[in-house]
Design a protein around this ligand. Structure first.
Ligand code: AMP
Length: 396
């Protein structure tokens, strides 16, 4: 494995797996270019140090073969704008034509290949397809964290054709470093905020975090399974009855490990799941029949934000309530603001894996935390301690 900072790209063609899976509207215009922006430092590093760049990515979920609405040609001009470079495009990723286009590429130029997923071989991790793709570069860089948890041709299998000439791009490096700053080098007190809809999708991460952190704030729909496990009355709130025993075990384990678990003490309950619903604040342990908890209450906001502001390391995964609906966004917003305040006071904060990323974006706070992960599922699996194929393939 090589390091992008030390590598000499002069006269080299770098084949970079990026995640340009950006949202497009009906007129096929990009509505959020965050993922393209995130890859720019790696692309510029190669171009500015004498090399050329061949970019490969997927876009959307094409069913079988090419579909115009999933063509990467729609993003060529934005890539050119953001990189300040000439961007050539080729309408296939493995054809002779495509290989010729990369052979003819001049230093300082970019070639964008057509959507990898127009071939089913990509997601199948096909070795021959990987071999064909490998013809495009002298060196392979993986900078697509969002797909690092998949053993696809372009994210993992291809690395075997670059036994030593392979490396991470800056984006993946930053994701790996950020997790290390929480899980292995985190300064105490370390607080994990785990919210979102269900205990079932977060249980592995909670168990893993218990080994590392001082405090775990449980928010969102998950909190009501915990409240019920502690003997509370949860009305119509989201509760996973199958996970009540698991919640009890988590609480017992936390006690044994001296980890403080904060379950929001009060709740904003609603009589239906809409912005116009009637609301009342009640104890999380005593939600009236017919009412459901959709946000944390004022007392809970204070308990959680006090804990966050006292932390030196913060990991946030999952919102505190149904923040997509304005009436129930306050808890998540106040948590986001306290994470920002802690960061301004020197804490390290990582927001990743779950809808908390959408929440910090919604409140325009993404630039005010230490790192916002670009990989939802990949970040969740990485935090759970799983080996990601895209990372393993580079490390070797
Ligand atoms: P996740 O992807 O696991 O982070 O879950 C995010 C989803 O959880 C969001 O769409 C939220 O609207 C939802 N959510 C948060 N709090 C609640 C709640 N109290 N009841 C139902 N859904 C919730």
């Amino acid at each position: 494995m090589q390091n992008i900072n030390d590598y000499n790209f002069n006269n080299k063609k770098a084949l970079i797996r990026v995640d340009f899976n950006v949202p497009l509207n009906e007129s096929l215009q990009i509505t959020d270019d965050t993922r393209i922006r995130a890859a720019v430092p790696t692309i510029k590093k190669v171009l500015e140090t004498g090399g050329s760049v061949v970019l490969m990515s997927h876009l959307g979920r094409p069913k079988s073969g090419p579909q115009d609405k999933f063509s990467l040609k729609h993003i060529v001009s934005r890539v050119a704008e953001l990189t300040d470079a000439k961007v050539n495009f080729v309408d296939d990723c493995i054809s002779d034509n495509a290989v010729a286009a990369s052979k003819n590429l001049n230093n300082g130029e970019i070639l964008l290949l057509e959507n990898l997923r127009f071939y089913k071989h990509e997601t199948a991790g096909d070795q021959n397809f990987s071999r064909q793709l490998a013809k495009h570069g002298d060196v392979y860089i993986n900078d697509a964290f969002g797909t690092a948890h998949r053993a696809h041709a372009s994210t993992a299998i291809i690395a075997e054709f670059f036994p030593s000439e392979k490396m991470f791009g800056y984006l993946i490096e930053k994701e790996i470093e950020s997790v290390a700053k929480v899980l292995t080098e985190g300064k105490n007190p370390i607080t994990a905020i785990v919210g979102g809809a269900k205990v079932s999708s977060k249980i592995i991460i909670i168990e893993k975090l218990m080994e590392k952190v001082d405090n775990i704030i449980i928010g969102g729909g998950m909190a009501y399974t915990f409240a019920k496990a502690m003997g509370g009355k949860t009305g119509n709130s989201l509760v996973e009855d199958d996970f009540i025993d698991t919640a009890k075990e988590v609480l017992a384990q936390a006690k044994a490990k001296n980890v403080s678990i904060i379950i929001p003490s009060d709740t904003v309950a609603a009589d239906n799941f809409s912005n116009e619903a009637n609301k009342q604040t009640c104890s999380t342990n005593d939600i009236p029949d017919g009412w459901m908890g959709l946000d944390i209450g004022e007392k809970a906001i204070k308990e959680c934000t006090d804990c966050i502001k006292n932390s030196k390391t913060i990991l946030w995964n999952g919102p505190m309530g149904v923040f997509e609906i304005e009436s129930f966004q306050e808890g998540t917003k106040q948590i986001a603001l306290s994470v920002v305040e802690a960061t301004e006071n020197g804490a390290f904060s990582l927001v990743g894996g779950g809808d908390s990323v959408a929440a910090v974006n919604k409140f325009n706070l993404a630039t005010k935390v230490s790192h916002v992960s670009t990989g939802g599922g990949a970040m969740l699996e990485y935090l759970e301690g799983k080996e990601l194929p895209g990372i393993k393939a580079i490390i070797g």
